[in-house]
Design a protein around this ligand. Structure first.
Ligand SMILES: [Fe+2]
Length: 213
C-alpha cells in the first residue's frame, strides 16, 4: 500500500512566533498552504504502485522522472516542514562551536552573515527559498532556490536552515516589505540549535533531519 504522508505538527504553538510571524499567518501557511501540498502529493502517489517510503525519496524520484507536478508538491511538503524546524519561538543569540567558526570563516562575522542573508533573500526574484547549507568539508554558504526547488536535490550539501520567501510567508504581516521579514528571520527567529545539529550531520554524513514518516 502506498505511504500517505501526514502534515507534520508545528514544533511549537501556532501563535508562538508572534510578534514576528502572526498566528493568522501560521494558521494559513501551515494549515492551508502546507496541508495542500501534502494532500496533492498524496493524491498523486496514491495512483502509483512504486511509491517510496520516505518523502526525501519521493522528491528525488519526481526530479529524476521530470514529474513537475509531483516534484512541486513533494518538495514544497519537505521545504515547509524544514522551515518550521528552522524557526524558534525564543530568540537565540547565534550559533556556537563549530558552526560559529564556519560562519565566521565564510562571512567574516555573524553580522556579515545576517547582512548577506538579507541581501540575498531580498534580491531573490519572485517565489522561492533562502538556504544556509554546508558541504562535507564543513564549508557553509547561502544559496537560493526558485519556486519549489530544494537543497536536498544537491547531494554535495546538507541544508542547515531555510527561509520561505514566497509572499504567502510574510504578506499578511509585512505586506510588500520582504526586507523586514528577512530581518526578523535572521535577528529573531533562526533556530541555531537546529542548525548546529544539521551542521554536525553534514560533517559526519549521518543524522540529518528527515521528514517524519
Ligand atoms: Fe510557504
Amino acid at each position: 500500500m502506498t505511504v500517505q504522508f501526514k502534515l507534520p505538527e508545528l514544533p511549537y504553538d501556532v501563535g508562538a512566533l508572534e510578534p514576528h510571524i502572526s498566528r493568522t499567518t501560521m494558521e494559513t501557511h501551515h494549515g492551508k498552504h502546507h496541508a495542500a501540498y501534502i494532500k496533492n502529493m498524496n493524491a498523486i502517489m496514491a495512483e502509483r504502485a512504486d511509491a517510496p517510503n520516505t518523502l526525501e525519496e519521493v522528491v528525488l524520484l519526481a526530479q529524476k522522472e521530470g514529474n513537475k507536478k509531483l516534484f512541486n508538491n513533494a518538495a514544497q511538503s519537505w521545504n515547509h516542514a524544514f522551515f518550521w524546524e528552522s524557526l524558534s519561538p525564543s530568540v537565540q543569540d547565534g550559533p556556537s562551536g563549530d558552526l560559529k567558526a564556519a560562519i565566521e570563516k565564510a562571512f567574516s562575522s555573524l553580522d556579515a552573515f545576517k547582512d548577506e542573508a538579507k541581501t540575498k533573500g531580498v534580491g531573490h526574484f519572485a517565489s522561492g527559498w533562502l538556504w544556509l547549507v554546508a558541504d562535507k568539508s564543513g564549508a557553509v554558504k547561502l544559496i537560493d532556490t526558485h519556486d519549489a526547488d530544494t537543497a536536498i536535490t544537491d547531494s554535495s550539501v546538507t541544508p542547515l536552515l531555510v527561509c520561505d520567501v514566497w509572499e504567502h510567508a510574510y504578506y499578511l504581516d509585512y505586506k510588500n516589505e520582504r526586507p523586514k521579514f528577512l530581518d526578523a528571520f535572521v535577528s529573531k527567529l533562526v533556530n541555531w540549535r537546529f542548525a548546529e545539529a544539521q551542521y554536525q550531520a553534514a560533517r559526519t554524513g549521518s543524522g540529518a533531519w528527515r521528514f517524519p514518516v
